[in-house]
Write a protein that binds this ligand. Structure first.
Ligand SMILES: [Zn+2]
Ligand SMILES: [Zn+2]
Length: 347
């Protein structure tokens, strides 16, 4: 088969090459990949970012990719509930199942949780094998491309559930990338309103899309985002701010947008340290909530969400590329031209 792999450390160092079809180990399922999205964390692997390399310790060569959907090609003996031909997607976090976090239902912060495409071979390939417990059948109403957005949608849904977003809350989303837009869409579908989203000058088209989907866009380089939020919240500020930009500036901006007693949900990964004015956090009783990935419970709920919000979510897909042009997809992500780039390995 063909696979798109990181073969050399450092920036870039990727190749589309011939690769053995993965062996189906005990309890595993072989899936023919139909669609696979390029995620921000794939870009981190592509750039060989220190934080991500330290966390996942990849050994090269490594097939990249973890957001995917496809068709079951083969099932190991004794695996129940799945058969060849089933349309599926999968949770790419292989949490251990034995640590105290897994046992408490918090598989996302498991002590040992390799991620497909970062720690072990992933889905930018014609076939991928993964343990059956992580595989979910797709409803007929969910296309392969929408199915490949499940993982991203799970990130947003877990964050929304973590802060206990309630209907009618005023929401601000900082950052208009794929995670920001997905969070905005799911917040809107959870009954939040108004939902504001901030971006940079370079995000003009992304903010335009956010507006079409029903959010209030704020281009934060030429507009005063905190003034805007006050206008939409009776002078209070946002009940919940989702920080998705992964920058120190975004974290500080979040503090300027949140109301007294409000919550800031940190989804983005700002590199290094951020100078948070802790006295403001204390005096205003602001809650900083960390969130990471999703749990099995999130996956059980996500397909219902995809059926409801699918039309909006599909709009974030900007490009479709065959496997051999996957590196172009990374370039599109770097220039912000690509919002969600789908790799179609059967093309
Ligand atoms: Zn992802
Ligand atoms: Zn665990």
């Amino acid at each position: 088969m063909k696979a798109f792999a990181k073969t050399k450390p450092g920036r870039g160092g990727v190749e589309c090459l011939d690769w053995d079809v993965p062996r189906v180990g005990p309890g595993e399922v072989l899936i023919q990949v139909m669609a696979a999205g390029i995620c921000g964390s794939d870009v981190h692997v592509y750039h060989w970012s220190e934080d991500v390399i330290r966390e996942y310790q990849p050994t090269l060569p490594l097939v990249m990719g973890h957001e995917f959907s496809g068709v079951v090609a083969e099932v190991a003996p004794h695996v129940e509930g799945l058969k060849a031909g089933d349309r599926v997607t999968a949770n790419p976090v292989l949490s251990c199942g034995n640590c105290s976090f897994c046992k408490g239902g918090r598989q996302n912060i498991c002590d040992h949780r390799p991620l497909l495409g970062a720690g072990i071979d992933g889905a930018f390939a014609q076939f991928v094998s993964i343990r059956s417990a992580n595989v979910y059948r797709l409803d007929d109403g969910i296309s392969f491309e929408l199915g490949a957005l499940s993982e991203l949608a799970c990130v947003a849904l877990h964050a929304i559930e973590k802060v206990g977003l309630i209907s009618g809350n005023t929401i601000a989303v900082v950052g208009a990338g794929p995670v920001g837009l997905t969070t905005m869409i799911l917040a809107k579908h959870s009954g939040a309103g108004p939902v504001l989203i901030t971006g940079l000058k370079a995000d003009r088209e992304r903010l335009e899309l956010a507006k079409e989907i029903g959010a209030i866009p704020i281009e934060a380089e030429s507009m005063d985002a905190s003034r805007q939020i006050l206008e939409y919240s009776n002078g209070l500020g946002a009940d919940v701010v989702f920080e998705t930009s992964g920058s120190s500036a975004g974290v500080i901006q979040s503090l300027n947008l949140v109301r007294k007693g409000g919550k800031i949900c940190l989804i983005g990964l700002a590199p290094g340290t951020t100078g948070i004015p802790t006295a403001i956090v204390a005096f205003r009783e602001i809650e900083l909530v960390g969130t990471r990935a999703y749990t099995s419970k999130t996956w059980e709920k996500i397909f219902h969400v995809l059926l409801n919000a699918g039309e909006d979510l599909k709009r974030i897909i900007t490009h479709r590329l065959p496997l051999r042009l996957a590196e172009d997809g990374f370039r599109l992500m770097e220039t912000r031209e690509g919002l969600k780039v789908m790799i179609l390995p059967w093309q």
